[in-house]
Design a protein around this ligand. Structure first.
Ligand code: CP
Length: 305
């Protein structure tokens, strides 16, 4: 395996996470640094993306590197039957780093096992999304002043949502309390609850999106129901609109509460929330640029001062 790759948030120690949070702050202060001159970075997106691909590509551009890649695998030779392994081996001939998103869980780990250049996982199925987690952690630290002892309520698709899986695993260093709010069909998978049990992380499960839970929350992490992961679209239709945050639901919430969402949103946050100072999802996505600049430099061993 390429030891410099970032495939899972568990690849990082607590110290490395905190260092990345600090470097993210430095990139927010100055995003334009010529640290990637002469480097070529490949973005291979086998699944659709707006934020992750464009913020990674913006990060490379702001750091003075160059980008190759694709956002639609149908235009590549994988549509002719070329394997993921052969694709990665080819692209590693051209690029110093591969950033990839794939619909198969474990695809990025598999690629990192033979790739001569580092791999950054930009999302693999319902599994992990570590760069999203780094921007989430930065957003939490920036808005709460700490990562420690926070109550985080995760709402929506906790079964297929890779962002909540990654965030849960990263937060274990920081003594959180979790509220998991979902329908029975989209509950947090057992493996993540076992992870919480093994690490003495307090969690509570609810099917009601109640005012009582909102009012105890520091970070309200809304998620989209992931239509693309359902094999039965009738089931998707039944659960897709079960939870919607409306502006009035924030009236009695804690003053420090922030609403996060990895985006894209569908119906789970009403548009009247957008102007509430507690809505933070657009700034959260902006933080993705700075977090991804920090991640790229880390995996390439580039010191940021
Ligand atoms: N948050 C996120 O991964 O967004 P995109 O799917 O647009 O990249």
């Amino acid at each position: 395996m390429n030891s410099d790759s970032l495939v899972s948030i568990n690849d990082l120690t607590k110290e490395e996470i905190l260092e990345l949070v600090d470097k993210t702050r430095m990139f927010e202060e100055n995003p334009n640094r010529k640290l990637l001159e002469g480097k070529v970075i490949a973005t291979l997106f086998f699944e659709p993306s707006t934020r992750t691909r464009l913020s990674f590509e913006t990060a490379v551009n702001r750091l003075g590197g160059r980008v190759i890649g694709f956002s639609d695998a149908a235009t590549t030779s994988s549509s002719k039957g070329e394997s993921l392994k052969d694709t990665i081996m080819m692209v590693s001939n051209y690029a110093d780093l591969i950033i990839m998103r794939h619909h198969l869980e474990g695809a990025a780990r598999y690629a990192s096992e033979f790739s001569p250049v580092p791999i950054i996982n930009a999302g693999d199925g319902a599994n992990q999304h570590p760069s999203q987690t780094m921007l989430d952690l930065y957003s939490i630290k920036k808005t709460q002043g700490t990562l420690e002892n926070l109550t985080i309520s995760m709402v929506g698709d906790l079964k297929y949502g890779r962002t909540v899986h990654s965030l849960l695993m990263a937060m274990y260093y920081f003594h959180p309390v979790f509220n998991f709010i979902s329908s029975d069909e989209l509950k947090m998978p057992l493996e993540y609850k076992v992870f919480c049990d093994e690490h003495n992380i307090e969690y509570h499960e609810y099917t009601d999106f109640s005012q009582e839970v909102i009012d105890k929350t520091d970070i309200l992490y809304m998620t989209r129901v992931q239509r693309e992961r359902f094999t039965d679209l009738m089931e998707y239709e039944r659960v897709k609109n079960l939870y919607q945050l409306r502006n009035s639901m924030l009236d009695s919430s804690k003053p420090n509460l922030k609403v996060l969402h990895p985006l894209p949103r569908v119906n789970e946050i009403a548009y009247d929330v957008d102007d509430n100072p507690k809505a933070y999802y657009f700034q959260q996505a902006q933080n993705g640029l700075y977090a991804r600049e920090a991640i790229i430099c880390k995996v390439l061993g580039i010191d940021v001062k």
